[in-house]
Write a protein that binds this ligand. Structure first.
Ligand code: SF4
Ligand code: SF4
Ligand code: SF4
Length: 320
């Protein structure tokens, strides 16, 4: 067990015993050694179900929307990328800052479960994880396995904006080293070099395979409308029939709805069952907003409003 897990359980127990919070939202063991699942702890006797390891990938801030009407406060475990989503939820008046206790984790990266399992297989128990210089070691029932960070992390962690939460109440460990030199938009820059026909073919190829399962929308902390336009029968903004035209409309409408509020948490990418690279779409908008309006990553602070929700007279009007 690592120090962050121990500290997390200690803090969760205290918060529940002292009745500071009614609920702690964190990570627990999943269905295989390299999978975690969100857990919801309401009693101090169950805090030992909470864990932290380099597979804790989910952005748990989304659950704050589900539990916002629960009486009392809610504690939630957040990484740097998730913390931007918390700020966005507060700015969007989805939750009050006083309602939540943020248990911040210094996070140096999440390991890609499939890559790890190719080396270790699944027939083992993950006992604990340790981290040395740029290297993660998994201590398992079948021995120790080490993975170099440079080729074992999930994609978004290579361009991490905030290894430490930008907002928190309790930090669960010493701050991680930030990496301001990380290359943020290399994949988007490659796509920008394609001509119009090639871009169209690229997205047609992906959008034609979309199942319209709406997992990308459901997991997104920027998607908070109680009634989503894609669920409306009258008017039906996008037809229910699954085809390239409707799927393209769905994706472009959703991308514009989260424009200026997408915190680049990558959750939409993660949950897509057919591996559509939605992050490329949302990152392109993020990049344009930064270049046009010098907008920070949404959620980076509580003071800066969404680029498309604010007006300043210095804004460029190139289309006029
Ligand atoms: S993007 Fe940063 S904070 Fe988020 S999981 Fe990766 S390393 Fe951790
Ligand atoms: S998660 Fe993937 S398949 Fe489902 S609606 Fe989103 S893009 Fe389509
Ligand atoms: S659009 Fe995707 S990357 Fe952006 S906030 Fe929503 S889930 Fe996260």
């Amino acid at each position: 067990m690592n120090n962050i897990t121990l500290e997390l359980r200690k803090q969760a127990r205290k918060l529940l015993e002292d009745q500071v919070v009614q609920l702690v939202i964190g990570y627990g063991r999943g269905s295989d050694p390299f999978r975690v699942t969100p857990v919801f702890v309401r009693h101090p006797d169950f805090v030992d179900s909470l864990i932290w390891n380099p597979f804790c990938i989910n952005n748990l801030a989304k659950y704050l929307i589900e539990y916002r009407y629960l009486p009392g406060k809610i504690a939630v475990v957040i990484k740097g990328c998730d913390s931007r989503a918390v700020n966005r939820l507060i700015q969007d008046n989805q939750i009050e800052r006083d309602k939540i206790v943020l248990l911040g984790v210094p996070c140096t990266g999440i390991l890609e479960a499939e890559k790890v399992a190719k080396t270790t297989g699944y027939q083992l128990e993950l006992e604990r994880c340790s981290e040395q210089e740029e290297k993660f070691t998994l201590h398992t029932s079948s021995g120790d396995f080490s993975f170099a960070a440079k080729d074992s992390l999930i994609t978004k962690c290579y361009s991490c904006y905030n290894h430490n939460p930008v907002v928190f109440d309790i930090m669960l460990g010493p701050a991680a080293k930030e990496n301001p030199a990380a290359v943020k938009y290399s994949e988007v820059e490659s796509l920008e070099k394609l001509n119009v026909k090639e871009k169209s073919e690229y997205w047609d190829m992906y959008f034609s395979r979309c199942l319209r399962c709406y997992a990308c929308r459901n997991v997104c902390t920027a998607c908070t409308c109680q009634e989503c336009i894609f669920n409306q029968a009258k008017p039906a903004w996008v037809d229910r029939i699954n085809n390239l035209s409707n799927n393209t409309s769905f994706h472009l409408i959703r991308a514009f709805h989260v424009a200026g509020r997408c915190v680049d948490c990558g959750e939409c990418d993660r949950v897509c069952p057919v591996n559509i690279p939605l992050r490329h779409l949302n990152q392109k908008i993020l990049k344009d907003l930064q270049e046009l309006y010098d907008a920070p990553i949404p959620g980076a602070d509580l003071e800066t409003g969404p680029a498309l929700g604010c007006f300043v007279t210095e804004d460029p009007e190139e289309f006029m």
